[in-house]
Ligand binder design. Sequence first.
Ligand code: SF4
Length: 473
Amino acid sequence: MKIKMILPALTEAESPLWRPIKYTLFPPLGLATLAAFLSSDDEIDLQDQHVEQLRLDDAPDLVMIQVYITNAFRAYRIADHYRRKGCYVILGGLHVTSLPDEALAHADSIFIGPGEDTFPRFLADFKKRAPQRVYTSDNRTLAGIPPIRRDLIKRHLYLVPNSIVVTRGCPHHCNFCYKDAFFEGGKTFYTQLVDEALAEINRLPGRHLYFLDDHLLGNAKFAESLFEGMRGMNRVFQGASTVDAILRGNLIEKAADAGLRSLFVGFETFSSKNLKQSNKKQNLEKDYTKAVDRLHSLGIMINGSFVFGLDDDDGDVFKRTVDWGVNHGITTATYHILTPYPGTALYRSMEVDGRILTRDWDRYDTRHVVYKTKTLTAQELEAGYWWAYNTFYSWQNIVKSSLYHDSVKHIGKHFLYTGGWKKFEPLWNFMIKTGGLNSMLPLLESILSQVKPQKSGGNVLPHSEKELVGLVD
Ligand code: SF4
């Protein structure tokens, strides 16, 4: 059987305003995971439009397309194209799960929720020529799933080919997050078997790993065993977690021992009203500064995530947020305009209140205002969002935040990582165009090398100034 797997480009990835490097980081792991359920006789062509020109002149037996909100319209056009040719088209992913009726109009079958249980069921039905229209995941387990078909991934086209996911979902329930919608009807957080996760890690060449799990420390027992198993593997890795998990117990020390060198942390907002509005209970009354200092004391760099536009935000929120990040030595910041994704509790409540302004999914990219704001106008919100990015990543602030750290090595790492990520666009574009992106990996690995643990806290700002913004995230 001939199978075409497609990840269509997100709309923002092709906009002249956007940075190609941001969309050539990770390979399409979800599709490669499902490809493992196909037979070794099958001819599989996996295409990622972020890194290659899509070829649409073929006529495979089966076309599988992964749909996110901002590639949805493009995905539907590709699906319609193949259906006109008589190919069997299946759609799955976050957006399909959120809006199954919309997706069904463009597909022969759709998949709701994760595909590890439903895709094998579909394949059996497809072989019997009796596939169903809708497959809904209800049996959630990762035990014994076949190894990801990494041979289908064009590694040289990605900066971070060694991305890996060892859990699914998250134990929390933030109201703006897709997580609850995607995992509805079954377990919403579950892990691989530790041995299978370690075996997957062992199969990956080189030193660097990027865990794409929503919350790598979400199951302490699993994470502890994983980190124990990784000690001595000589890996350096990046991942994501939450403020409360950083502050609780000593799991973060174990992660650092195993090679954790940079962590994505969802601070989101400094306002407790905003946290309550977002049902982000795990951040309530948590000492953000303490979490940051703990990570820095272990030599772990921080990518802080922040959301603008929650109902308690005022005109100062942009400056307050940027200043806090700079003054606390946050390595990189990811800012978002609040976006009510369909299927989420936030979307439902905004819909009830008549606050949804558009259903043009291309604009749901966290850079546009798509809902009626309360305290800020849409113009103020979008202007503030851009101001925050430009200000945080000014050379002056990159230098200032780098100097937060005590050790010279940590200062150097911070400066190179942030400056390299944001200030050398022509170099990144050149490497992408010449297909040499993957050759930058040794440099990334050396920037992520270990720094000696430093004493808690940085060396630039007086304590009172650090506390200026109070308890935050
Ligand atoms: S902690 Fe992160 S992944 Fe978990 S529900 Fe909240 S936003 Fe989603």
